[in-house]
Design a protein around this ligand. Sequence first.
Ligand SMILES: Nc1ncnc2c1ncn2[C@@H]1O[C@H](COP(=O)(O)OP(=O)(O)OP(=O)(O)O)[C@@H](O)[C@H]1O
Ligand SMILES: [Mg+2]
Length: 411
Amino acid sequence: MFSLATLFEDSALTPHGFCLAWDPLMIALHVVSDGVIALSYYSIPATIGVLLLRRRDVAFGWMGWLFALFILACGTSHLMSIWTLWRPDYLAEGLVKGVTAITSFLTAAVLWPLLPRLVAMPSLASLLAANERLADQVRETERAVVALKRETAERKGAEAMLRQSQKMEAVGQLTGGIAHDFNNLLQVVQANLEALSCRLASDDSALRYVRRAMSGVQRGARMTSQLLAFARRQPLTPTVFDAGCRINEMADLLRSTLGGQITLALPERTGVWPVEADANQFDSALLNLAINARDAMPEGGALRVALEDTRLPEEELAADPELEPVRYVAVTVSDNGSGMAEEVRRAAFEPFFTTKPVGQGSGLGLSQVYGFIKQSRGHVILESSAGQGTTITLYLRRVEVPATIDGQAAT
Ligand SMILES: Nc1ncnc2c1ncn2[C@@H]1O[C@H](COP(=O)(O)OP(=O)(O)OP(=O)(O)O)[C@@H](O)[C@H]1O
Ligand SMILES: [Mg+2]
């Protein structure tokens, strides 16, 4: 019966060392050489095994295992060569060689058909280049996405501005119609009150009632005039004036309106800033803005009025087809007061919109500013956010070559 022991029972044969005449040098040479080869052959499959276990994605991994097995068998056959120097177990050695032959044959046989696929495998350099190209494409896509997002935001902004200006237009037409009829009614009431006061010249107590009625009519007239201004139906008397001079002439009025707790900075009287508009309406607009700023800074603060010779921002021109790309004098009024929440900012120009308590604000100040500027073919931009103060810029059309302004030649 065959057992493992029978492999090592070739006592009739001569050990290999006998052929070497037991020459110690020859024996040592064979032992050292075969030993080093065997150790190396055992080390290589160990490395391959660790690599394949850690990198399971390596292409043709099974081929690596086959190769490792083949080298392992080679190593064992060299160990057997050392063994047979003293022990003539040539059957065992032959069997080890047989296993080596099978694994080497298999390895050699599969390598040839595999060769085209191995040759076709991309090199590390080409993989790195492909990776770089891919990274470029990703970067380009990211840039395109950012640009798309920016364009979408710009388009949404322009649409919102257009919707707002259409809404103001519609509200203006409605308000204008009502204010016009209401104004006619007030004139009838006023004329009759005046006639009545002539008749009652000697009756002081009756005249008191008439005077109260008259002051009510005048308040109503002021409101309708603001409404007409918003609706752009206020009769205007445009003149050419220097915005810088006009603002500085209002300095005292503005200071007394703002009170001692608010500092006022006005534009320096350098350059000439000729604009064409109704000067009195301009004064009212500036005063309205100063009053609003004062109300927004109950604890004090700073109001700054600045001037600039400029053009309209591109996004404003794009959003409103009625605007013209001409030169404007921009009058900027900024405060560092409470600022406006988003919903207040959106509605601020609408007539009767106010956040002030009943009796403290009618919500017509900014409507007058808006209507006057629009009727003067200018533009107004409101920038504000809660806690960040407010900046309102009035764009008045700049007159290119006025003959004289307030007695001085224009530059
Ligand atoms: N500089 C500002 N800072 C903060 N909020 C402001 C400012 N200007 C205007 N507002 C807000 O806009 C609203 C509308 O202003 P607008 O001048 O039209 O009306 P009003 O000041 O309330 O009343 P009126 O001017 O008719 O007396 C105000 O109630 C306020 O909430
Ligand atoms: Mg106001």
